[in-house]
Design a protein around this ligand. Structure first.
Ligand SMILES: *Cc1c(COP(=O)(O)O)cnc(C)c1O
Length: 410
């Protein structure tokens, strides 16, 4: 239909001849939302390949907005290929599903992100995929568990909740020497604390990096998203095919939210790191806490490995770390007292996740989380994990002090 044909207003609202000029330049990229994507003709419809990012086929397979975010996340993580998923956990699931099949075994660190363990025990086990939990601080334990059925090793640096920093370089070297694919859950490092694809002078790196963009890339506590990044084209193709068959995709609006926050990620990460370290050091001097867990603290589990990998990562000096630390409340206090301490906090809100502007706190029952028993490097007591937001550190310290005074008398 040419623009001179008469068209009822109802139709013209849908098939309007006006096209806005395309040369629009502004700080934020455009937000495209689509299920359907148009093709100029049948030949183009048949010719286009959904795996080829030079054109578009269907909203689920990408829009200018999601392609743009994929490229930026690949850059953040020092990789070359990226797929986006509707949550960090979906990214974990997509990596495991793409790389494992019935009869395979997966090895997971005992301090892994809890829902990764639940996925493995609840879903992968039902499909005939077995698993073992290895000691994240003992490379020999990981080596001893690798067998002829091992197809995938999950890595986490630092580990969830207790924040042990593993000897990632030796773990990756071992996996590569034994021909096993290794996937790092890189949410803690966020692409900023270290380069997962270039860990040593020889350019040693993980095969795949998974990132809960929900945390630092989003920065707002208001969007769920995940990514799977690699430098390996064949692995990417495998992951992309599973991603497509499983129907994973993200909305243009959510992608926009992350694109809006990405330019400030390094500033936020650094600020939240500094706040967490200041508070961790202060907590180490409080008699109510038997142990403070933060990989940058001398004496913390895996501190030397953190120093080796992240110690020089920040131009300001002092290395880089996420804004997370945990305490082990002395075992002389009851669970009810520890709960009362968490309840007494005013600025630290009770809530899961991290990376947003508001500081958060969660008490954990470590005995119920660890498959292989209470680790020897941890004091007995109740674990409380803190994540720092962007509040003034002095106010956060005063909040901890008043809650300690009220709930945990010395
Ligand atoms: C939060 C988190 C995830 C999952 O992210 P969601 O978007 O909440 O599903 C995965 N791994 C780690 C280490 C996390 O902290």
């Amino acid at each position: 239909m040419s623009s001179s044909d008469p068209m009822a207003p109802l139709t013209a609202l849908i098939h309007h001849p006006y096209q806005a000029p395309s040369a629009f330049a502004a700080p934020q990229p455009g937000v495209f939302k689509a299920s359907t994507v148009f093709f100029p003709n049948v030949a183009a419809m048949r010719a286009r390949d959904w795996k080829d990012k030079s054109s578009y086929t269907y909203g689920l397979h990408g829009t200018p907005t999601t392609f743009t975010l994929e490229e930026r996340i690949a850059t953040l993580e020092h990789g070359t290929h990226c797929v986006l998923l509707p949550s960090g956990l979906a990214a974990v699931a997509c990596a495991s599903l793409a790389l494992l099949k019935s009869g395979d075994e997966v090895l997971i660190p005992d301090n892994a992100y809890g829902p990764n363990k639940a996925l493995t025990e609840g879903e992968l086990a039902a499909w005939g995929i077995t698993h073992q939990y290895y000691d994240p601080l003992d490379v020999a334990d990981l080596a001893a568990r690798i067998n002829e059925r091992t197809r995938l090793v999950w890595l986490e640096a630092a580990g969830s909740i207790t924040l042990e920093f593993p000897d990632l370089i030796e773990q990756v070297r071992l996996c590569r020497a034994r021909g096993v694919t290794c996937v790092l859950d890189n949410t803690w490092g966020a692409g900023l604390a270290f380069n997962p694809f270039d860990l040593d002078e020889q350019g040693l790196g993980v095969h795949v990096s998974v990132h809960a963009l929900t945390k630092y890339p989003s920065g707002g506590g208001d969007v769920l998203m995940g990514s799977v990044v690699t430098r390996d084209a064949a692995l990417h193709r495998k992951i992309l095919l599973s991603h497509m068959r499983l129907g994973f995709g993200v909305s243009g609006g959510d992608a926009e939210t992350v694109l809006r926050a990405l330019p400030s990620i390094a500033l936020r990460y650094h600020a939240q790191d500094q706040a967490a370290r200041a508070l961790a050091r202060w907590c180490a001097a409080q008699p109510q806490f038997a142990q403070v867990l933060h990989p940058a603290l001398p004496g913390a589990p895996g501190h030397a490995h953190w120093q080796q990998l992240c110690g020089a990562a920040d131009a300001r000096g002092g290395g880089a770390a996420a804004g997370l630390f945990s305490v082990l409340v002395h075992e002389r206090y009851t669970q009810a007292q520890v709960d009362a301490f968490c309840d007494a906090l005013r600025l630290f809100k009770l809530g899961y996740s991290w990376g947003g502007p508001i500081s958060l706190v969660v008490p954990y029952n470590l005995a119920a989380i660890r498959a292989n028993g209470w680790p020897a490097h941890l004091a007995r007591g109740t674990v409380v994990r803190f994540s720092t937001g962007l509040e003034d550190v002095a106010d956060l310290q005063a909040d901890l002090a008043q809650a300690l005074d009220r709930a945990l008398p010395t």
